[in-house]
Design a protein around this ligand. Structure first.
Ligand code: SF4
Length: 446
C-alpha cells in the first residue's frame, strides 16, 4: 500500500440501519480523522462520500442504491471525489455494487471499515477500486478509538456477529460468528469515554445476552460485564441492546435490581406470537416462555420499559398464527414495538431451505396495519398512565419539530418533551408528565 499518498480532505457519512451501524460510522470517521480527513455535514462539501449500509430489509438496500444514484452527479462534476460503500450490504453484495454503481471506488465489508483511511489513500495513489470483504484480514475494530469524538451519550460494541441462525436473518452471513471483546478492554474504553465527558453508555451486541460465552481462558457473562461497567466512576446511565429471549438469563434481572445506573429498559424481540412460526423462524422459545420472561422482568423491575420487534407475514403464517401475535402484543404492552412485513432476503436460511414467502402482499398489509393500529392504541393507553409521574430526563437538546421544547429520554428510554428557554442537552432534569401520545411523553420542568 502506498503510504506516501495523502488522505487529507473532508468526508461525509450517510448511515442507514441499526445502532451498531451508527457506531461503525463514528469509528470510520475516527479512522479518517486520524489521517487528517475531517467530517462535514453536507455531501456537496466532501472529498470522500461514504454510505454505511444495512441488509436486514430490502428497503434499506434500495435506500442505499438510491442515495448512491443521487451522489453520481457530484462525482460527475468532481472526478476526484471518492465514493465508498461500507457495512452489511457491502459485505453481502461485494463486487455486484461496482456493477450496479460503476462510479463507486470502495466497497468495504463489516470487518474493514476502520481501514477506510488506507483504502482512500490506495484509491488516490493507484486510481484503482478497492474491494475489502474477506474475513481473513479481520481487524480489531475497536482498537482505533483515539480520534473518536466523545459525545454525551456513547455506544460501545461489546461483541460482533451472531451464532443464532434465525431463518429470516442475514446478520450471521454479513457479520459472521459471535466475537466478544475482552471485558477489561470494554471497561477501559468506558472509563476513557466517561473521563472525556460521556454520561450515558449503551453497550451493543447483535445478541448481547450471549456476551463472553466463547472468551478463554475465562468465560464471561453479560451480567458480569454490566456490574463491571456500572462501576466506572461518573457513569450516570448504562443501557444494553439487543436481547434474545432464549439467551436471557435470570441473573440479568438481579443486575437491574442491584445497579442504580442500569436503566430499566429491555429490548427483546419476540418476532411472532405463534409457536409454529417461531419454530420456522428457528427462534428457540415459545409464546409461553416469552410471556414468562415478560413476567419475570416486570416482577424484578415493575417500571421496566419493554420494546420488541415483530415480523408480520412470515412464511406460512395463518390467521390463527397472526392472532397469537396480536395476543402477545396485547399482553406484553410494549412501550415501543418495531413492526415489519416479511420479505424474502438472499443469503438467509429461509431462502436457502426453500421456505416459501407465501403470504400474499395484501394479507401482509392488512395484518401489519391492524397490528400497528392496535399497538398505537396500547402504547397510548400505557403512556397516559404515566401522566402525573415525574421522570429524570437526560437532555438531547431542542426538539427538531418544535424548538421551544427540549427533548430528552427518561430512564425507560422514552422521548420526553418539555418547554424551556434553555438548551438542556447533556443535562439531567426532572419533568412532570402532563400529556402523552403513543410515541412520546410531554410535561413541564419541575
Ligand atoms: S439473533 Fe437471530 S435475528 Fe438476531 S442477529 Fe442473530 S440471527 Fe439475526
Amino acid at each position: 500500500m502506498d503510504r506516501t499518498a495523502t488522505a487529507t480532505g473532508t468526508a461525509f457519512v450517510y448511515t442507514i440501519g441499526c445502532q451498531m451501524n451508527e457506531l461503525d460510522s463514528e469509528l470510520a470517521l475516527g479512522a479518517l480523522s486520524d489521517s487528517g480527513i475531517t467530517a462535514v455535514s453536507r455531501p456537496a462539501d466532501a472529498d470522500v462520500l461514504l454510505v454505511n449500509t444495512c441488509s436486514v430489509r430490502e428497503k434499506a438496500e434500495e435506500k442505499a442504491y438510491s442515495w448512491l444514484g443521487r451522489m453520481k452527479a457530484l462525482k460527475r462534476s468532481n472526478p476526484d471525489l471518492i465514493i465508498g460503500v461500507l457495512g452489511c450490504m457491502a459485505q453481502k453484495e461485494g463486487k455486484l455494487i461496482f456493477r450496479r454503481a460503476p462510479y463507486v471506488d470502495i466497497v468495504a465489508g463489516t470487518a474493514h471499515f476502520t481501514r477506510i483511511d488506507d483504502y482512500v489513500r490506495q484509491v488516490r495513489a493507484t486510481g484503482k477500486r478497492v474491494l475489502a470483504i474477506g474475513r481473513d484480514e479481520e481487524v480489531q475494530t475497536e482498537k482505533r478509538l483515539k480520534a473518536r469524538e466523545t459525545p454525551q451519550s456513547s455506544y460501545v460494541a461489546v461483541m460482533r456477529g451472531c451464532d443464532h441462525h434465525c431463518t429470516y436473518c442475514v446478520v450471521p452471513n454479513t457479520r459472521g460468528a459471535e466475537q466478544s471483546r475482552e471485558l477489561e478492554e470494554i471497561v477501559e474504553e468506558c472509563r476513557i469515554l466517561v473521563g472525556e465527558g460521556t454520561q450515558e453508555i449503551t453497550l451493543l451486541g447483535q445478541n448481547i445476552d450471549s456476551y463472553g460465552k466463547r472468551l478463554r481462558p475465562r468465560r464471561r457473562t453479560l451480567a458480569e460485564l454490566l456490574y463491571a461497567v456500572a462501576d466506572v466512576p461518573g457513569l450516570k446511565r448504562l443501557r444494553f441492546v439487543t436481547s434474545h429471549p432464549s439467551d436471557l438469563k435470570p441473573e440479568l434481572f438481579q443486575a437491574f435490581r442491584d445497579l442504580p445506573n442500569l436503566m430499566p429498559y429491555l429490548h427483546f424481540p419476540a418476532q411472532s406470537g405463534s409457536d409454529e412460526v417461531l419454530k420456522r423462524m428457528r427462534r428457540g422459545y415459545t409464546h409461553a416462555r416469552y410471556m414468562e420472561l415478560v413476567a419475570a422482568a416486570r416482577e424484578a423491575v415493575p417500571e421496566i420499559g419493554l420494546a420488541g420487534d415483530t415480523i408480520v407475514g412470515f412464511c406460512g403464517e395463518t390467521e390463527e398464527d397472526f392472532e397469537r401475535t396480536l395476543e402477545l402484543h396485547e399482553k406484553t404492552r410494549y412501550q415501543a414495538s418495531y413492526i415489519f412485513m416479511y420479505s424474502e432476503r438472499d443469503y438467509t436460511p429461509a431462502k436457502d431451505q426453500g421456505l416459501k414467502d407465501d403470504v400474499p402482499l395484501e394479507v401482509k398489509k392488512r395484518r401489519i396495519n391492524k397490528l400497528m393500529q392496535l399497538q398505537r392504541e396500547w402504547s397510548l393507553a400505557e403512556n397516559q398512565r404515566k401522566i402525573g409521574k415525574v421522570y429524570e430526563v437526560f437532555g438531547e437538546g431542542p426538539s427538531r419539530k418544535d424548538s421551544r421544547k427540549q427533548e430528552g429520554r427518561n430512564p425507560q428510554h422514552q422521548v420526553v418533551l418539555a418547554e424551556s428557554g434553555r438548551d438542556l442537552s447533556g443535562q439531567f432534569y426532572k419533568v412532570e408528565i402532563t400529556s402523552a401520545t403513543d410515541a412520546a411523553l410531554y410535561g413541564k420542568l419541575v
